[in-house]
Write a protein that binds this ligand. Structure first.
Ligand code: FAD
Length: 411
């Protein structure tokens, strides 16, 4: 067996390219393949929360993103109808988000992996995961121009998305599964200035969100419960516009804008998969997927890339056994991802917020610290346990009561 590589990564978008880049920067021989070529688009909106922006900064790639002219997003605003909660989503070190087109972000990541020394093969479709004696040892695939190619490595990483061939080949165990909960469709609009704001509108069994992206365009995504997926597919534009009409002031803004792209969208299942086994690992959607309502996917993919690359380095360098290092990767991924997973799945039902949550948000309204906390919660900057901790919620209610007393002049 001619093992030309230490690691082969299948898939080179948000999870695969950073994994390949980080391992190549450590000096490993990395092959990363994708059946797509870059730049290319994929069905996904592309809110990049501040912690994901922080990862780009750690990897010294943020300047490149900023240089593409993508507008920064300093405020996340959640309009519940009677009131809006608007706050800063980030931290002092990483205060803003972005909404970069995947054509630009994914290309930037692939280029960074190549510059770090990874061998990148675009237009290369993996057709078989080679397993010998119960261990993954390589891949067989085909490039557009050539015939079948076989490559071997110590570890094959599946960064190949929701329909991961790697996870299927190794029968990665799935857990905490939930069916699709939401269907969402998006398009791009010209003439809809956002002034650095991400806006989300939450209505009865409907929601939509708006964010500024490259080329002075604005992304608008609208969603409805999965139960209506098949029926509403018959008239995506009509249902999309009807959803937006639920917020009349925004609908007026949209009427003066022009849609410049066809609709794209889908519904996705929710799951965790065991992310490692003999000779293989999974990162990104291949290993863990959650509904897109909280836009955590790219942030999660970046986090996985760092955790998994570290674990692979520990194993290949002999510092720890593969199983020990990867068990830590799985534990941290499940802890951090798991907390947002439940919150995300709850939101994705599009059920009206429970009365206790509405009371809390009404109390938070106008209290900038509390509103920043809610923006950070939705950005994945803080975990739900922090925002919903009793000392935080009690402080929000106490501040609301005290400002009410002050405004009514009562002691
Ligand atoms: C409608 C929608 C909206 C979303 N909105 C957001 C958002 O606003 N913000 C956010 O953070 N996340 C969002 N997400 C989630 C986000 O798109 C994913 O979490 C993210 O793309 C995961 O990256 P990945 O690299 O794991 O997988 P993918 O982006 O799916 O990339 C997998 C790659 O693997 C390649 N591949 C697959 N099989 C093979 C094979 N056999 N051979 C070679 N190559 C292969 C594919 O060509 C592809 O390029 C959204 C998702 C959807 C569906």
């Amino acid at each position: 067996m001619d093992k030309a590589f230490d690691v082969i990564v299948v898939g080179t978008r948000c999870a695969g390219s950073p994994t390949a880049m980080l391992l190549a920067r450590k000096g490993y021989r990395v092959l990363a393949v994708d059946r797509a070529s870059f730049p290319s688009d994929t069905v996904s909106t592309h809110i990049l929360h501040p912690l994901a922006v922080g990862a780009l900064s750690r990897w010294e790639l943020l300047d490149r993103l900023v240089a593409t002219g993508c507008p920064a997003i300093h405020t996340y605003a959640f309009d519940f109808g009677p009131f809006t909660i608007a706050g800063g989503p980030g931290t002092d070190e990483s205060p803003v988000g972005y909404c970069p087109r995947r054509t630009i972000l994914d290309k930037l990541l692939v280029d960074a992996a190549a510059e770090s020394g990874a061998d990148i093969r675009e237009n290369f479709a993996v057709e078989e995961i080679i397993v010998e004696g119960g261990r993954v040892v390589g891949i067989k695939g085909r490039s557009k121009q050539g015939g079948t190619v076989t490559e071997y490595a110590d570890i094959v990483v599946g960064a190949d998305g929701r329909h991961s061939m790697v996870s299927e080949a190794v029968h990665a165990g799935q857990y905490r599964e939930k069916p699709p909960l939401l269907a969402g469709y998006y398009s791009y609009w010209r003439g809809l200035p956002m002034d650095g704001r991400f806006e989300a509108y939450i209505r009865d069994r409907r929601a939509f969100a708006v964010a500024p992206t490259h080329d002075d365009l604005t992304l608008v995504i609208a969603g409805w419960p999965y139960a209506e997926f098949a029926e509403n597919k018959k008239d995506i534009e009509g249902n999309y516009l009807k959803t937006i009409e639920l917020a009349p002031a925004f609908a007026r803004r949209l009427r003066s804008a022009t849609r410049v792209a066809p609709f794209a969208g889908t519904a996705v299942p929710n799951y965790f998969r065991k992310p490692y086994g003999p000779g293989w690992a999974l990162v990104g959607d291949a290993g863990y997927n959650r509904d897109f309502i909280t836009a955590q996917g790219i942030l999660d993919a970046f986090r996985d890339a760092e955790l998994c690359a570290r674990a692979i380095d520990e194993s290949l360098s002999g510092a720890r056994s593969f199983d020990d290092a990867m068990a830590d990767y799985q534990r941290v991924r499940d802890e951090r991802g798991g907390a947002m997973y439940d919150f995300t799945c709850e939101l994705a039902t599009l059920e009206p917020p429970p009365p206790e949550l509405l009371q809390l948000l009404q109390a938070a309204h106008g209290n900038q610290t509390a509103m920043d906390g809610f923006a950070r919660l939705n950005a994945g900057t803080i975990l739900p346990a922090e925002f919903f901790a009793s000392d935080n919620t009690e402080a929000i209610f106490a501040a609301a009561a005290s400002s009410k007393r002050a405004s009514t002049g009562c002691a």
